[in-house]
Structure formats: structure tokens, C-alpha cells
Design a binder for this molecule. Structure first.
Ligand code: NA7
Length: 550
């Protein structure tokens, strides 16, 4: 049995940086990933139109001055192939390849109390041991299929956006069905429509989407960023979501109706997620949110020529931002094409699939040659719960999380010593620039590991009280937000997975407040964590009063 200092699960942005930092500490670490390449999310989601909706110059590593100067982005918002090339470049640049084992799935991770080590089992029959295990398994890495009766009878190919095949998928002269109108469905729709004979978009719930206004990055813009990277990275880290979004500082109530409209219009014209930061209270105040939602509804109605299609594409049953906001290129106007058909499956539900297409409850049959599923992910907890993880006394993580994730600061779990989670549940992760949140988490984790190694400590573990308080705090913060409210049934609350506990999974208090808590805990001697096996065994417990006072 091979013994390592650390095993890292996942070779996306998180796993790659974790390996670099662990090696800097002189530790023997191995990254394991099921894919046959690095990149995580950006490896799997290679469907046409897949693109990041955080600006390229921000959605990148900040830890290396050299790398951020050397790499040149070609577009304001990068498409999937470019982000994947970037991650591969970083792996080569830092000579990390020999520490990454690909095409291997971690199936089990088991903590042994007697030796304080983890045993990690893979689908290749390996059994590896390590002192530390780091799950960098991603928040949107387990695609889920819809339950469509008879789907197995369909004669044509079925593809999922979440694990799109390598090589080109040719839509030309085909009648293509697309199920799902979240970010993935919204990004792929125009790209199918431009080639296919017919595209039928099966929509259950309409989404709010903001135009990206993507463009080629000119050298001057890039040079300005590169010349000021340290300041700009610091500025981004001082925001709620680790991103410079030109966030407005006023409440929507502080401006006249004309100013309100003009602000939204300016941001709509500028494009991108910055639209959602026009006012400070869009995600918390129902009235302000309704006025912003209404602005987008009017835009949709103006863009889509057929009034019946426009009405169906217009979300009315939940506040903007309650589901993850989408950012698109030509989504709504694609429905003005003669070969694109919106199928409202709330009005006329899918009854069954046949060999030749989709049969709806009304009896109407939609003939199809190809089906594409853009039906989302078992988000945030899905990848962790698919590994058979056992902590102290053989306790399964799945049992501990049966009512929803239980973590301290999103980083560690009581009874699961030396197990770290990167940018996962109960941390700000998906509400931030993920790359920055990943870096911050890994820096925190490797600092803790460094402390343990230098002090000769054997285990570090989240304390039960601290964890309970954190879980309550995450819930209380979520109560004040509009996320998951109305009929939004979003993956933020697990509503898209049958049987999943319905709780707001990310921490909504923002990156700054969150990082302050992480840093405070360290300053207070890793408050809320206990250590064993060295001089700093035990811990203080000041966290409870701190959380209560917020
Ligand atoms: P999402 O945002 O979870 O979207 C999934 C879509 O699939 C959504 O429109 C769902 O409708 C739809 N869906 C799921 N099951 C069905 C069935 N059975 N019938 C019809 N429609 C269905 O996933 P994405 O991949 O688009 O985006 C995930 C994140 O990736 C995104 O938020 C960004 O952060 C990047 P529903 O709304 O549930 O009615």
C-alpha cells in the first residue's frame, strides 16, 4: 500500500493549486481525477457555447505574478477551450503533471482512528494511505438526468452538456431536442440553432438572462489590467463576491424612478453579471428585486417577436437571482428564427419518449433525431456524497449529512479529521469568483497543514459546537436573502434533485465576512478546531459568542 502525505481528489482549479502548495511545503501529494485530462468543470463541460460569465482577467489564478503576466486571454469572457488550455498551461508551467493520476475514480475514503490516517480506494483497485485528504471535487460536477419515461427507446444519440463528448457533434440537418434552460441550455441554444434543421427547446421554467456583450480583448485593456494586477486582485478580494463588478453603493430606494431605470439600462448595455450589482438591495429587498425583474421581463418581451413565445420565455414566478442568474449571447433572439420552437412542458408535459421523438401529454409528437440534456447537477454536495467517505468510528459522511451538509466554515467536518473540502457547501464558493475562493481555501488549508507538520500534530478536526453554530449561522444569513425564494426550485437549495434535503447550501454572507471569520479563527489559535498529538492539543471556544454578535 502506497503512503502519501496528502491525497487530493479532483484535478480542476482546486486540485492543481493544492498540489502546487502541498509540494511547496515539501509534502508528497497525489491528485486523483476520473477524467483523462485536468480541468475539472472545464474538462467536462465542453459543449458548444460553454463560456465563463466572470471576466477572463479575473477568473484566473492570482497566486503567481509570473503566470498572470505570461498568459494572454483572447476574449473578455473565455470560452471553455481557452480556460482548459490555461489550466493545462499552469500544470506544465509548475511541473505538476507527475503528481496527477488521471482516469481514476476515488470510490472510498476511510479514516482509521488507530493510525490517524486516511485510506483511499480507487476504481483501479488501488488502496492508498495518507495523513490528509483534500476534496477539490467541484460544486457542479455530477450531472443529473431527468426522469423521462421511455427515454431508452429513443433511436437517436443523447448527449449531456455536463459531460459532452470529445470531438465535434454535428447538428446540421438534424431535428434536435434540448431539455433544460439553465445556464448550459441558454448557452448552447444559439449554437445548435445556427446549424440544426430544427431545434425544439423543452422548457419547464423560464430563466432570467443578461446579455454578456462578449468581445475580443484588445491588448491595451489587457495591458492595463496586467499593469495593475496586485491592486486589482486586492480590490476584487475586498468585494462580497471576490469580483470587480462595478457594484453600486446605493439602495434602489435612494434614487428616482428615472435614475433607477437609467442605471439598469446602462448595465444592460454594458452586459454581464454587473447588472445584478446595480443597487445594494437587489438580492434582499422584494420591492427592489421586483422592479429589476420587471426591467428584464420588458427586455425579453421587446426582443422576442412572437408575443406568445415571449410570454413563455418571461419568468414571473420567482425573483431575479433566486435561481443562478444566466448570462447569454443571443439567447432570446434565437427564438425569432424560423427553425427554433419553444416547447412549454409545464403547459404540455413530456409524457414519454418514443423511438422517433418526444410525446407530449396533449398527444402531440415532436420528431427528433438527437436529444440534448442540459438538466443540471447534483450541486455542491453531490460529488462528496458519491464517494463512500467514513470518518471516526466508521461514521459515513452521507449519514452525517442526511439533513443537509454539516461543516465548520465549509472547510472541515466534525468526526472527519484531516479531511478538507475546497470551496464547497457552507462556504461562499458559487456566489463568488470561484478561482479566488479556491485559492483562499487552499492557502488556509496548507497553512493549517504547515502548522501541523511543524508542531508534530497528528489530527485537526472541526469541533462539534463550532460546526453546529456555523450551520445555524449559514441558515440565518440565508433567511434574509431572496435566494431560493418563490418557485425558483434552484440547485442552490437542492430542489432540483428528488429527495435531497432542501437547505440553502452556499454561505450567503459574502467573501469578506467569510474570510474575516477564517482569519479570526487562525488568530485565535484555530478557534473551533481541535488538534491532537502535539503541544497544541485541545482548543479554545470563542466562536459562539462571535457568531451570536453578528
Ligand atoms: P441548471 O441551472 O440546474 O438548469 C437545469 C435546467 O434543466 C433547468 O432549466 C431545469 O428546469 C431543467 N430540467 C431539469 N429536469 C428537467 C425535466 N425533467 N424536464 C424539463 N426540464 C428539466 O443547470 P445548468 O447546467 O444549466 O447550470 C448549472 C450552473 O452551471 C449554472 O447555474 C452556472 O453556475 C454554471 P427547472 O428550472 O428545474 O424547472
Amino acid at each position: 500500500m502506497d503512503h502519501l502525505d496528502a491525497i487530493v481528489v479532483g484535478a480542476g482549479f482546486g486540485g492543481v493549486y493544492a498540489l502546487h502548495r502541498l509540494r511547496q511545503l515539501g509534502l508528497k501529494a497525489l491528485v486523483i481525477d476520473a477524467a483523462d485530462g485536468v480541468g475539472g468543470t472545464w474538462y467536462w463541460n465542453r459543449y458548444p457555447g460553454a463560456r465563463c460569465d466572470v471576466e477572463s482577467l479575473q477568473y484566473s489564478y492570482s497566486f503567481s505574478k509570473e503566470i498572470q503576466q505570461e498568459w494572454n486571454w483572447t476574449e473578455l469572457y473565455s470560452a471553455q477551450p481557452e480556460i482548459l488550455k490555461y489550466i493545462e498551461f499552469v500544470v506544465d508551467r509548475l511541473k505538476l503533471k507527475n503528481g496527477i493520476q488521471l482516469s481514476t475514480k476515488v470510490t472510498r475514503a476511510h479514516f482509521d482512528d488507530a493510525t490517524s490516517t486516511w485510506t483511499v480506494t480507487t476504481d483501479k483497485g488501488q488502496s492508498l494511505t495518507a495523513k490528509y485528504v483534500v476534496f477539490a471535487t467541484g460544486c457542479l460536477s455530477v450531472p443529473i438526468d431527468p426522469t423521462i419515461p421511455g427515454i431508452e427507446n429513443f433511436n437517436g444519440p443523447i448527449f449531456r452538456t455536463g459531460d459532452w463528448p470529445h470531438g465535434e457533434v454535428d447538428f446540421s440537418s438534424l431535428r434536435v431536442g434540448l431539455v433544460g434552460t439553465g445556464s448550459s441550455g441558454i448557452q448552447i441554444t444559439p449554437r445548435i440553432a445556427e446549424k440544426a434543421e430544427a431545434l425544439h427547446v423543452f422548457q419547464r421554467t423560464p430563466n432570467y438572462s443578461i446579455p454578456a456583450r462578449n468581445r475580443t480583448l484588445d491588448d491595451k485593456y489587457q495591458a492595463i489590467w496586467k499593469g495593475a494586477y496586485p491592486e486589482r486582485r486586492a480590490m476584487a478580494r475586498a468585494t462580497k463576491n471576490n469580483t470587480i463588478n462595478n457594484a453600486g453603493l446605493r439602495s434602489g430606494f435612494e434614487v428616482t424612478p428615472e435614475q433607477f431605470e437609467a442605471e439598469l439600462e446602462a448595465r444592460w448595455v454594458a452586459g454581464g453579471i454587473g447588472f445584478m450589482y446595480a443597487f445594494t438591495d437587489i438580492s434582499t429587498d422584494e420591492e427592489i428585486n421586483e422592479r429589476v425583474s420587471d426591467f428584464v421581463r420588458r427586455k425579453i418581451r421587446a426582443m422576442v417577436k412572437d408575443p406568445v413565445t415571449a410570454e413563455k420565455l418571461t419568468p414571473t414566478e420567482y425573483p431575479i437571482g433566486a435561481k443562478r442568474i444566466c448570462v447569454d449571447t443571443d439567447y432570446y433572439t434565437t427564438f425569432n428564427r424560423g427553425n427554433v420552437f419553444l416547447e412549454d412542458v409545464k403547459e404540455d408535459p413530456i409524457e414519454t419518449m418514443t423511438a422517433t421523438g418526444m410525446k407530449l401529454a396533449s398527444g402531440r409528437e415532436v420528431d427528433l433525431d438527437m436529444l440534448i440534456l442540459a438538466t443540471g447537477f447534483d450541486a455542491m454536495t453531490g460529488a462528496l456524497e458519491r464517494v463512500d467517505i467514513h470518518g471516526r468510528d466508521g461514521i459515513p459522511l452521507r449519514d452525517e449529512w442526511s439533513a443537509g451538509p454539516q461543516t465548520y466554515l465549509g472547510l472541515m467536518v466534525n468526526k472527519f479529521p484531516n479531511m478538507f473540502i475546497v470551496a464547497g457547501p457552507q462556504s461562499p464558493s458559487v456566489f463568488t469568483n470561484m478561482v479566488t475562493s479556491i485559492e483562499d481555501h487552499i492557502d488556509w488549508i496548507t497553512d493549517a497543514v504547515e502548522k501541523m507538520e511543524s508542531e508534530g500534530l497528528s489530527t485537526m478536526e472541526a469541533e462539534s459546537d463550532a460546526q453546529g453554530d456555523w450551520v445555524r449561522h449559514v441558515g440565518e444569513v440565508a433567511e434574509a436573502a431572496l435566494v431560493g425564494k418563490g418557485n425558483s426550485n434552484s440547485w442552490y437549495v437542492g430542489a432540483n434533485v428528488p429527495g435531497k434535503p432542501r437547505v440553502v447550501t452556499p454561505y450567503l454572507g459574502g467573501a469578506v465576512a467569510y474570510m474575516n471569520k477564517l482569519n479570526d479563527s487562525v488568530k485565535n489559535g484555530y478557534d473551533g478546531f481541535s488538534f491532537q498529538g502535539g503541544p497544541k492539543a485541545g482548543s479554545s471556544n470563542k466562536h459562539a459568542t462571535e457568531l451570536q454578535s453578528q
